[in-house]
Design a protein around this ligand. Structure first.
Ligand code: NAD
Length: 367
């Protein structure tokens, strides 16, 4: 098989971490005998400098025509004074909308080797942590009717969901749970919000189609508490745009480092009805403070490659090989500065050396 990957390096540390992730992809392609071709799509500040806009039409076309999109990060002080719609970050919203990716998957995965970086008590996270937050990305209060009264003294934002929007998101949640530990927790505020009651009704109606999945419900305030009280109770959490925005940040931060966290945005369709390309990116930004210094941890982007292999290319074995390689380099003691704890046996490395270690681990595990 041959796959086309659109790479969007972006700004700051984006190009450095994408370069490492591409090398990891090439290594895994070699090991599992599939072919890759890459097309680079400028976006963010880099595209503003070259083309005068954050997401040129040619970049979106290249992404739409690919099998999957691998994104670094965009933004930086150079473009901070531009108006909102002209800023690099506007490219992010445009690419998500342009690809129609309505489901954001954010694994909060804590490698046991990095347990020291977790802010929770060790007893709560013994053996690691593995939660997947499935967040609705293109609807709800962030896109609903909003406004201000004529006197400016009151304002409103509207949470509105259609059954169809809820169903398609929950479908992703059920499917993800079926590939994991078969538990799906729908988080809402159904004791207060009518839109949440529609989420709950819809999930209950879908439940019988997934007899192997244990479906549960939790109010969002309780979920925020349970994530720090007993995070291991969760497998997959499915929720609305705003609740997911907040809970996915909370869930990922309990794992310790921003340099380790990947994300996938999926669900788009092509004009002929086939599944569209997913968008894969680390959750961190362009980190201008460490850009160009060989200090960025590339593992979040490497783990985004694992998601890309799993969700867009449907190459589960290859995805696991990438995750195993990350685990192996951590076992071997390799640490970028953001995940170093100063313990004996750790080898402090930069972006490039971490990338080389990952590539070597992928290749060696295949021998
Ligand atoms: P950031 O995530 O870029 O950086 C926050 C802190 O984490 C910094 O100290 C940085 O050095 C560190 N950090 C981030 N990624 C790291 C990595 N891989 N390895 C080691 N350390 C890492 O967030 P910020 O400083 O708020 O934003 C910087 C720029 O990035 C802004 O222009 C912002 O708009 C943009 N941004 C882009 C995205 C995106 O492209 N998806 C997301 C968030 C922020």
């Amino acid at each position: 098989m041959k796959y086309t990957i659109a790479t969007v390096p972006g700004d700051g540390i984006g190009p450095d971490v994408v370069k490492v992730a591409v090398a990891a992809l090439e290594a895994v392609a070699k090991r599992f005998s599939f072919e890759l071709s890459f097309v680079e799509a400028p976006m963010g500040g880099a595209a503003i400098d070259e083309f005068g806009e954050p997401l040129p039409a040619s970049s979106l076309e290249a992404c739409r025509g690919s099998d999957a999109v691998l994104l670094g990060a965009v933004g930086g002080p150079k473009w901070d004074n531009l108006a909102g719609s002209e800023r690099p970050e506007a490219g992010l919203l445009a690419i998500r909308a342009g690809l129609g990716v309505y489901a954001n998957l954010r694994p909060a995965l804590m490698f046991p080797q990095l347990a020291g970086a977790c802010p929770l008590k060790p007893s709560l996270v013994e053996g690691g942590l593995d939660i997947l937050v499935v967040r609705e990305l293109t609807g709800g209060i962030y896109f609903g009717d909003r406004g201000r009264s004529a006197d400016g003294l009151s304002a409103w934002d509207t949470e509105r969901y259609s059954k169809q929007e809820i169903e398609r998101l929950l479908e992703v949640g059920f499917e993800a749970a079926a590939k994991r530990k078969n538990r799906l927790c729908v988080v809402d505020k159904a004791n207060v919000l009518e839109s949440s009651r529609l989420w709950r009704e819809t999930a209950k109606a879908m439940g019988p189609r997934w007899p192997g999945i244990e479906l549960s419900f939790m109010y969002v305030d309780n979920a925020a508490m349970q994530l720090v009280k007993n995070p291991r109770q969760f497998d997959v959490i499915a929720t609305s745009n705003m609740f997911g925005d907040i809970l996915s940040d909370e869930a990922s931060m309990v794992t310790g480092s921003i340099g380790m966290l990947a994300s996938a945005s999926v669900g788009g369709t092509r004009p002929d009805g086939r599944e569209g390309p997913g968008l894969y990116e680390p959750i961190h930004g362009s980190a201008p403070d460490i850009a160009g210094q060989d200090k960025a941890n590339p593992l979040a982007t490497v783990l985004s490659v694992a998601l890309l292999l799993r969700h867009s290319l449907k190459l589960e074995q290859a995805a696991r090989a990438v995750e195993a390689a990350v685990s192996a380099v951590l076992d071997a003691g390799f640490r970028c500065a953001d995940i170093a704890s100063g313990m004996i046996g750790e080898k402090l490395v930069g972006t490039v050396a971490m990338g080389e270690a990952v590539v070597k681990a992928i290749a060696e595990a295949g021998k």
